[in-house]
Design a binder for this molecule. Structure first.
Ligand code: F6P
Length: 533
């Protein structure tokens, strides 16, 4: 049983700390009085360097946050996840996405006569070892298939049909690793169709021919309305256009292989109920990535994530980057009362990162009850939003600098770019540094309009290069930081009941749009429905 943050001894101490020093904390004074501040609040984690020194935090506060983590049994909860325990309690499931990126290890010798506890640990380990064998068998098969299609010049277009976790991750990574995809013998075109708005599918189909198109139907459940509607329309289009061999041109990425077979699909790559949708990029859902960049790069993506898993699993809290980021999120959310976080990747290749992180953070931690179902008396998930830099600077950065609301910004920068156009990279890096600096320093102006209050916090994540490995590490870092804040809040970060009600109501409304039945509807829904008919 975990202890919820507000029931720990550290929680009121953090409140006192906030009242006495946190509220009035000023970054400019903090840097002036501590020449070591950058060194103390920055660190190297696998593939990711992080500068947290422009955060509204000092050593005493961070120490209290570590105490909070200890009192919430964060490390035990983390170990429970890595041991395959049923940490997704409302769905009675484990959350073992880390297993998808774990290399196979040789079985170790077991003790001659183990105790009861050792017995349990051994059987959990055996279970994990069994799942790992399945993971690698599927991975090998999927990567072999990916190589076959990559070598097949007849296939020019790949259409991924999926939504949420079955779309955002693969799409984000395929865009991010475009430079690696460009090295393929034949560069294929990738399309991602998620919206049930037929406009999206129609415009993609208009660019494709059945004989040269491969459809990936990506759905963990193989029942999501949007995906199934698009999949059926795609199949109808394929057949109506004279396409032959649904079995060759449609592939399912799903944990519901039976439903995929009923759809007429004969090639499926499966995954397990312990892989949540928003954590599924490393599973068969990652097939578009493997098709784009090849098996070697896909394995590097997994290896980068695994390196971050090991960091999270083993590094002491004071040097554990997901822990430090997750605790900072709690400090901002529950003491400063900051309601959102801006994601600013200074890389056009990472332009879909904010959308990806929105699902990861808000579907995981947008909860109002704790894991036992009790209403929480404090705020949880921040709103995540963002655009790539420098574009955001010419849109909403005005508000970040001079608005009445403080929004912590997370900058993501890449030291070396793949392109060779002169001058661009220096300008890009100068801008990201300048924005972080301007937010912190501010500017005095008695006239008012040109006054920047400053003392606005940011974190800075830096990758040497955007490679499959560094991207894998960056994503796993974000997964684990979300786990950390969720663990402190005492919530189940692995379910998503909040998406269900709208699905049920849409099912009720859909036939009414046909038959005009308004009975039992509130007057607003009824009025709008009448207009929409
Ligand atoms: O409705 C939310 C959700 O279940 C997400 O968690 C998931 O990523 C998405 O829908 C897609 O689900 P599926 O892969 O089963 O189609």
């Amino acid at each position: 049983m975990r202890t919820r943050c507000d029931r720990t001894a550290a929680w009121p101490l953090l409140q006192s700390r906030f009242d006495s020093a946190g509220k009035a904390f000023d970054l400019r004074d903090a840097f002036a009085t501590d020449p070591q501040r950058f060194a103390s609040f920055s660190q190297q984690a696998p593939h990711v360097f992080a500068d947290l020194s422009k955060s509204l935090i000092d050593a005493a506060t961070e120490t209290l946050l570590f105490d909070l983590a200890v009192q919430c049994q964060l490390e035990q909860h983390r170990d429970a996840m890595f041991a395959g325990e049923l940490v997704n309690s409302s769905e009675n499931r484990a959350a073992m996405h880390f297993l998808l990126r774990k290399p196979v290890v040789a079985a170790s010798n077991t003790a001659a006569s183990p105790s009861n506890q050792e017995n349990q640990a051994q059987s959990a380990a055996k279970n994990i070892a069994h799942e790992l064998t399945q993971v690698h068998a599927t991975l090998d098969a999927m990567l072999a298939y990916a190589e076959k299609i990559r070598a097949d010049d007849a296939i020019t277009d790949i259409i991924n049909i999926g939504i949420g976790g079955s779309d955002l991750g693969p799409q984000m990574v395929v865009l991010a690793l475009a430079e690696f995809a460009a090295q393929a013998k034949q560069v294929k075109r990738f399309h991602f169709v998620s919206n049930v708005d037929g406009q999206e599918l129609a415009s993609v189909l208009a660019q494709c021919k059945p004989a040269s198109t491969l459809f990936l139907i990506a759905s963990k459940t193989f029942s999501t309305t949007e995906t199934m509607t698009n999949a059926h329309s795609a199949k109808q289009w394929f057949e109506a256009q004279g396409g032959e061999g649904v079995g060759r041109h449609f592939v399912a990425l799903t944990s519901n292989v039976k439903a995929a077979n009923q759809f007429g699909i004969t090639t499926s790559f499966g995954f397990w109920d312990w892989v949540g949708g928003r954590y599924s990029i490393w599973s068969a859902i990652g097939l578009p990535i493997a098709l784009a960049v090849g098996g070697k790069c896909f394995r590097e993506l997994l290896a980068g994530a695994h390196a971050m898993d090991e960091h999270f699993r083993t590094a002491p809290m004071v040097q554990n980057l997901p822990v430090r980021l997750g605790l900072l999120d709690v400090w901002y959310c529950n003491f400063h009362g900051f309601g959102s976080r801006n994601i600013a990747p200074y890389s056009s290749a990472l332009r879909r990162l904010p959308a990806y992180l929105q699902q990861l953070e808000m579907e995981s931690n947008g909860k109002r009850v704790d894991a036992s179902g009790q209403t929480l008396p404090f705020q949880t998930s921040p709103v995540l939003w963002g655009e790539p830099g420098t574009n955001g600077q010419h849109a909403y950065f005005q508000m970040l600098h001079q608005g009445t609301t403080v929004v912590p910004v997370e900058f993501v920068a890449i030291k070396r770019q793949a392109h060779t156009l002169p001058g661009h990279q220096q300008k890009l890096l100068a801008n990201v540094l300048a924005q972080a600096q301007a937010l912190m320093l501010g500017q005095n102006d008695v006239g008012g309009h040109k006054h920047f209050p400053g003392n606005r916090p940011s974190t800075f994540l830096l990758l040497d290069e955007l490679t499959p490995a560094s991207l894998g590490a960056l994503i796993a870092l974000q997964e684990h930081r979300v786990f950390v804040s969720g663990a402190i809040w005492g919530i189940n970060s692995f379910d998503q009941w909040g998406v269900e009600l709208g699905k049920v109501l849409a099912k009720d409304i859909e036939p009414r749009l046909q038959n005009g039945d308004l009975s039992g509807l509130d007057s607003s829904t009824a009025g709008l429905l009448r207009r929409l008919r």
